[in-house]
Design a protein. Structure first.
Length: 145
């Protein structure tokens, strides 16, 4: 049983897809995508299944006020996202579930509890279900439909 803790700003910033023009929009799209991971068991960073029982996402700055999709616990950092995530990781590491932190930030990785597993944004983006396509009117439809 794994709790996935996500450094959202780091994951959003890992792909040069224009996120800087609309940080809140990019964050909302990522969170909606991540909601599909809860209750699944994707292949983990080393190939073993990761049964995701909880997903906690730390947001900061202009993305702090985005809505939380069902199934995702959004923690809104009042100041430093890294400080909030490091403190939260220590709190979560005391629980019964395995903790998998998603960040590419080396400085943040050094501040995490020794029991936390860490992986980069590439794993998370590969594991998360792709967003549903939308028609021109904004109606969601399944990919390939």
């Amino acid at each position: 049983m794994t709790t996935v803790l996500v450094d959202v700003a780091n994951v959003v910033g890992s792909r040069p897809d224009g996120w800087w023009r609309d940080r809140a929009g990019a964050t909302t799209r990522l969170l909606d995508r991540l909601a599909g991971l809860v209750g699944t068991a994707p292949a983990g960073p080393h190939g073993d299944p990761v049964p995701v029982v909880a997903l906690v996402a730390v947001v900061e700055g202009r993305a702090r006020d985005v809505p939380a999709p069902d199934g995702v616990r959004v923690v809104r950092a009042a100041a430093s996202g890294d400080d909030t995530l490091a403190a939260l990781a220590h709190d979560l590491a005391d629980g019964d579930d395995d903790l998998l932190v998603v960040t590419a930030d080396r400085g943040l990785r050094d501040r995490l509890p020794a029991t936390a597993r860490v992986t980069g944004p590439g794993w998370l983006l590969a594991a998360a279900p792709p967003p549903a396509a939308e028609d021109r009117r904004g109606n969601s439809r399944p990919p390939g439909a």
